[in-house]
Structure formats: structure tokens, C-alpha cells
Design a protein around this ligand. Sequence first.
Ligand SMILES: [Zn+2]
Ligand SMILES: [Zn+2]
Length: 640
Amino acid sequence: MPMTPLEELRHSCSHVLATAVLRLFPEAKLDIGPPTDTGFYYDFDLEHKFTTEDLARIEAEMKKIAEENQPFRRSEVPRAEAVEIIKRIGQERYKLGRLADIPEGEAISFYQNGEFVDLCAGTHVRYTAKLKAFKLLSIAGAYHRGDEKNKQLQRIYGTAFPSKDELAAYLNQLEQARLRDHRKLGRELKLFHIDEDVGQGLILWTPNGAIVRQELQTFIGEELRKQGYLQVFTPHIGKLELYKTSGHFPYYKESQFAPVIENQSLAKVLGENCSCGEVFARLDAVSSHLRDQINARTGRETITPERVRPDDQLLDGFMLKPMNCPHHIKIYAAQPRSYRDLPIRLAEFGTVYRWEQSGELTGMTRVRGFTQDDAHLFCTEEQVAGELLGCLSLVKIVLTTLGLADYRVRVGLRDPDSGKYTGETALWDKAEAACRTAAQTLGVPFTEEPGEAAFYGPKIDFVIKDVIGREWQLGTVQVDYNLPIRFDLSYIGADNAAHRPVMIHRAPFGSLERFCGVLIEHFAGDFPAWLAPEQVRIVPISEKTLDHARTLLARLKAEGLRAALDEHSDKLGAKIRRAELDKVPYTLVIGQKEAEANSVSVRSRARGDEGVLAAEAFIARLKSEVAARALPEKRRPAGA
Ligand SMILES: [Zn+2]
Ligand SMILES: [Zn+2]
């Protein structure tokens, strides 16, 4: 695909970046430097570790190169000559491999600007002077070809825009994002912790964060009950055979933790002196009984003969659950179901585990263990459309309450030319029509994306826009014809015959971890009172009003409010500053006058000084604000 003019500009910057790096660090070995969605990077292999001071020097050198106004010159050469050029410029280490990636018969080209020569397919701006607004941003580790087995290189990230104004606007947005970064705020506000000894990507919800999560769960739980959902609880593991039946194992093996093997089974394979390869093969294998069941249910050779092993060669084990569906399916299947029982909506804040590469992990938003706001709906085909509407209305209520009213949906449809989808065409047509209608009813922008459906059914994804205009992909609602077949689910219809239910999987907010991470950034840590870990901070002006402050604290707590008392002996200004830094929605200043009149001098984080109120009036007002799950009327800019 040809580059857009912006990509061309940014990619040219990566050439200029490499030019500057080689001027300052001639021993650097170069890998690649493509444009990205937001800028560009180049990967370097260099003994010296780049520092932030280096970035400034490199950027200054890049400015010089731009001023030198070097033309970018392309030359096409035969492969043998390309090898010679790479050797001449001393860049054999990675560039020979990159050259080998170019298929035979395809053009091999180099681009030269000034003294710098790079193997590159292009394209570029014509002169380096076209690069007027760029900035180097950060240094990160990156494995050669993204493979952890390879050497880690140093990646320098930068961005570039056609004009200085656009660059400034982008840098301002980055600064806003930095101030809102949930990893930074999570630490400052003591919301969560990640500990190397526990494991990367595993969130420890500290008391403050646990309050936010609990309030969200209570809120979502209330809405679920209104919609007729039934709460269930299921364990964190399930037998390997369950996931062989569902198809989650071994097909998604790379994205899951390895199975947990029972002591007895492990002792048995060790006793047989099995090789490691054999152990893995036995874990993947299925019994002929399971094969017969699945193949009969799906009506095709879903499980191929080479996966079948005699029963005494099967290895038992458990999986940390990668999804909650099979457990909920077993609850559905635990008793006979009639059409009168449907729809059955089983909900659980279910914790699942997925294996993410360590390089992909970020704070709460990319993790290895997370709790989905999960539910599975079992319904008749006729009920699918109505159930989808219910799912969407729930999302609307929750997002509106949180001030995330700006969102869009993506409807993932099947690719009509692909044969990978299971289920009958007529069912697909119906389900896709239901998804489309549901999205239309929402009254928000939506796009239809053919080829984006899951292989078992169409889906609806949610993408929200936060207060600084960033988009976050949240969860999804999916229609599924496949698992009810694989688990042979049924209900008895009005005709007294057995019918197959349709399943809807839905986790509209994705996971509580991700959702909280997004909320921290959206609110910049300034949670509305109902979510704030500490709602009220009492600040006595001096020792003299301390006793009265303690009585007030007890009164607030008795009303179910989350309050704390600042008992430090430092100055009033320092105490107020501390409450500001902790982003407590209300600070109550108690002086002699307030103590005598049982009143409070109220400072609202959202609205500033609110003057003196009777203590009871303040309590009543805050209680109704919390009960209404109200948003602060006016939010301050991040960092204030
Ligand atoms: Zn290039
Ligand atoms: Zn599911």
C-alpha cells in the first residue's frame, strides 16, 4: 500500500533520525524505521544506552540535517549489488536479513540523503527541508522482529506533523494524557499495585482501588438485576476436557497459561519416562469418545483422527479459565430447560487468565488476569433481537452515568466470501439483522465491518471517546451458534420437541481492570463522589477543634460516607493542599465558629469554595449526590 503524505513525512523523519544517530554514534547498527499511527521510530543496536540527553542532541542534529536540505535519492540495484552496498556501509547485522525478506523478482531499492544510505522501498518527501515540525519522544526496548528470543534493540520514538501548530496540539494532548496516565495516578492515589513477586500483568487492588471497583460492581449489578439477570459464581479453573469440548484448547494455546497438571497424572507420565514433546501431545489429545461426540454434534470432522489417543495415554489437567462461557454453559445444562424458562441470563464478574507477551503489558489496561463483567444469555432465535437491545441499553445507562456519553459501535459481520463461519446462512442473516437493528436503535454512530464477526456469530463492539478525545475499545456483545452445538444444549419447545438455544456472550465493559484504568484516565483521578475512595476530608484549623472534628467524623461514617480526618499538626494551607493532592471531592474546614455552630466550611474540588453550611445540611446534600451517582458539575483540567 502506498504511504499517505503524512506517513511519508514521518517515515522520512526516521531516515533523518538514523542519519543523526550515525553522526553521533557511528558504531550503531540499524534495523528498521517505519512510520506509525502517531509518528515514527527507528530501531538501533548499540552498546551505549541512549539517555534523554542523547535524545536532545540527536534531535538538534536532525534539525541541522533538515536545514542542510538533502534530497532523498532512490536507486534500484540487483540483489548481489545490494549485498555489496550493505557491506560497504557496515550494516550487515540486520540489513542482510531484511534484504533476504524481499521476495525474488521484487525491486530492491536504496535511498540516500546526504551521507546516509538505507535499504528501503520508500517513499519519502523530496528534500529534508520539508521536515519542519518533528520531535523525539521516548526510548524503549524492542526485540528484533518482535521476538523475545532475539536481541533487544533500542527504539527511538518520535512524531512529526506538516505544521508546528499541529505538532504543538499533539504534544499538548500527550501531556494531558501523561497527567492522566492511570499508572501514574494509580500510584499517587494508591489505587492498585503490580508486584514483580506476584507477577507481571496481575493487578493487586489496594483498598482505594477496591472501593472504586466495588462501587462499580454494585452499580452494574443493580442494573443487571433490573434486567432480569441471575448472579452465579464459578471457580477459576476447569478441566482440560471442558476446553477441548468448547474448542478453547488447544487452538488458543499461545494466548493461555499452560495447563495445571494433577500430581497423580504427572507421576504417571514421569514413571513412563515420557519426553516433554510426548507430554504436550498427550495434553492436546482427546479420547475417541469425545471425538465421536463433537464430530456428531458439529456434523463434520471437527476433531481429526491424529488428535485421538487411547484413554490410558490421555493426560488429565486443569486450565486457568481463559473464558467463563463453558462454566456458565454447564450451569444451563445442569437441569432440563423449557421454552418458558428462556431467556436465561447468567451473570458473573468472572476472573479469567490470558497469556500476554510481557512487552504488551500496560498497567491495568493490558494484563494477564482480569475480571470480566461477563454474562451469557441463553435464548430462542426469536429472542435474540430483544436480548441484544437489552445488552445495548445496559451499556448506554452505565456509560451515560459515567459521563462517557460519546461512543460508537462497530457491528462485526461475516465475510460473505469466506467459508470459515459455522452455522446456517439463514441464522446468520437473522442475527446480523438483529445486531444492525439494535445498533440503529441506540442512536449512536455505528459502522458495519464485514469479516470482523467471530467464526461462530456476529458481534457488536463498543468504542468510547474520553474527555480528551482518545478512543478506547471496551467490550463486546456476541451472538453464538457454535458453543450450544458443541455442548449439545437444548430446551423443550412449545411443540414438546428439543430445540437448540442461541447464546449471547456479553462483557460490555471488557474487564473491571481495563474499565477502571480507562475511568482513572477519563476522570484524571477526580472520581465523582459516589466512586471516590475518600469522599470527605475533615480539616480542623487547630488542636482546639480536634474533638469536635472527631465527633463529626463519626457522624459522617455513621451515615455511610467515606470520610477521614487530617490530624497532622501542620498549617491549614498544608492540610488543604494534601486533600487537593489526594483529589478528595469535599474538604470541610472546622474552626472555632464552625465547631460552636455545628457547621462546616465546604471546599468542593469541582466548584471551589462553597461557604459555610450546617453540618447536617452538608451530609444530606452529599448523601443525595452519592445516591444519584451524580457527576461533578464542573471538572478542572488535569493536573490542577
Ligand atoms: Zn525509507
Ligand atoms: Zn463467553
